[in-house]
Write a protein that binds this ligand. Structure first.
Ligand SMILES: [Zn+2]
Length: 452
């Protein structure tokens, strides 16, 4: 017994030291940093494993990295800029900063760092939501230390044709049945849906009226024969609760493969708690999802179609982030996501539709072009920009899925944007109907009408 004591003491001492080291390497010793993609191939493999990707941008990644690994990288001459040396317990936001003065403006409301082209990181010292402190015209995406993206250090993401079951998808060809569906898109049904959504006065995600708008959406989907469920979530450290609305048309042949058509139904304005009609942003996109659901519900398809209204997009894409992360965790096979956000304001005629994609999703924008040439003419502008993260498509990009955002102008020109004057009377319903028709054709073509 006597002989063993020193050994026990040593073991206890060693254990204690290891425990201290464990504490030292716990969250307190992690840094929020930015890594240049061009530098990535110089990072040795054993260090790559210790870097956790949080957000991909055009030229860089936002990462969580142990302090000692960052120091080792810097010693090897690999740039790894510190964004926040003490990130534990904080929440961050990406902010779209297209105007030269934007970064300086942000600095008046909290901490800010320039990340990439037209992109700043922002956070408040007291943990308040960016939406609740920043001027109304900023676009916001939340960024959490718990987020995960895969860092593709070696692969250059190729712009493929889109694949399902290991096979490349064929490009769309004229289908009389899809043409019939397209011709059923009704401007008056679209208008009704926009007016109904606008009549909730506000759909700001922290308010009860937003919840009622979610119930309205649910009722609409059920009325048209679709199975529907709520996908509840909370955000802002559980201060607020909201819900996505998910309607499903199960595929007849391969139901495990899913095509998603989505839009956010929540709204925002400079008086969001009392009045945020959000007719263009984004009753227009929501109405398009409802219209496509109404029509496609009467047909059957090989693959599953999901029609989703997301909430809390305006706070920083919280609803779609919740949905996409859970879908990924369930191993859901999402073939492609069509997101519509502001599709009814024309700042000039003819208005064109911007299709925002990352490289991986470029094939989806290409299908829009083909469908426009086959079914209904509309000018389209493909915008390949992984920095455009400010709508729900981006939550799917983060999980490695293909997604496209249809938007009237990716740099907003609507003068009523995020104002109490964003109302039905300012919209061009002809344009909204054309966008809805093409989105329907793309969705129906991807889901493949089933042979009866
Ligand atoms: Zn929007």
């Amino acid at each position: 017994m006597m002989k063993r004591r020193p050994a026990l003491k040593t073991a206890l001492g060693l254990g204690f030291l290891l425990f201290i080291r464990y504490l030292a390497s716990s969250p307190a010793d992690v840094v929020l940093a930015r890594i240049d993609k061009l530098q990535a191939e110089n990072i040795p493999a054993h260090q790559r494993n210790q870097i956790i990707g949080l957000q991909e941008l055009n030229a860089s990644w936002v990462v969580k990295i142990p302090r000692d690994v960052q120091e080792a990288l810097l010693n090897e001459g690999i740039s790894c800029e510190t964004l926040d040396p003490a990130p534990a317990g904080k929440s961050y936001f990406l902010i779209f900063t297209p105007r030269p003065a934007d970064p300086e403006v942000l600095g008046r409301y909290g901490q800010t760092k320039i990340l990439d082209d037209q992109t700043c990181l922002f956070w408040t010292d007291d943990g308040r939501e960016a939406r609740e402190v920043l001027p109304a015209d900023f676009k916001i995406k939340s960024l959490s230390l718990e987020d995960r993206i895969s860092l593709s250090f070696d692969e250059k993401m190729a712009a493929g044709p889109g694949r399902v079951m290991g096979r490349a998808l064929k490009p769309p060809v004229y289908d009389p049945l899809i043409s019939q569906m397209v011709n059923r898109v009704s401007e008056s049904t679209l208008s009704n849906s926009i007016l109904n959504l606008q009549n909730f006065q506000t759909r700001y995600a922290s308010m009860a009226n937003c919840d009622s708008a979610g119930d309205y959406l649910y009722g609409f989907f059920v009325q048209h024969g679709l199975a529907c469920e709520f996908d509840p979530f909370s955000f802002s450290s559980n201060r607020y609760n909201s819900k996505n609305v998910v309607a499903t048309l199960p595929g007849k042949t391969f139901p495990q493969y899913i095509v998603i058509i989505c839009a956010h139904y929540d709204s925002y304005s400079n008086q969001a708690e009392t009045l945020a009609p959000g007719a263009d942003d984004n009753a227009s996109g929501t109405a398009a999802v409802m219209e496509i659901a109404r029509i496609l519900a009467e047909y059957s398809f090989d693959f599953t179609l999901k029609f989703i209204g997301f909430s809390a997009e305006e706070f920083g894409l919280y609803g779609s982030k919740h949905y996409a992360q859970e879908a990924k965790a369930r191993g859901e096979k999402i073939m492609g996501v069509i997101n519509m956000d502001m599709i009814a304001y024309a700042d000039r005629l003819p208005e064109d539709l911007d299709l925002v994609v990352n490289l991986r999703s470029e094939w989806l924008a290409n299908r829009f072009s083909i469908c426009a040439s086959i079914y209904t003419p509309l000018d389209l502008l493909k915008v390949v920009n992984a920095n455009f993260r400010y709508s729900d498509h981006s939550s799917f990009w983060d999980q490695g899925y293909s997604a496209v955002c249809g938007i009237e102008d990716s740099i907003v020109t609507n003068p009523y944007y995020h104002k109490t004057t964003d109302t039905y009377g300012t919209l061009n319903m002809d344009f909204a109907a054309s966008v809805t028709k093409i989105a329907l054709a793309v969705a129906a073509g991807l889901a493949q009408p089933a042979i009866q």
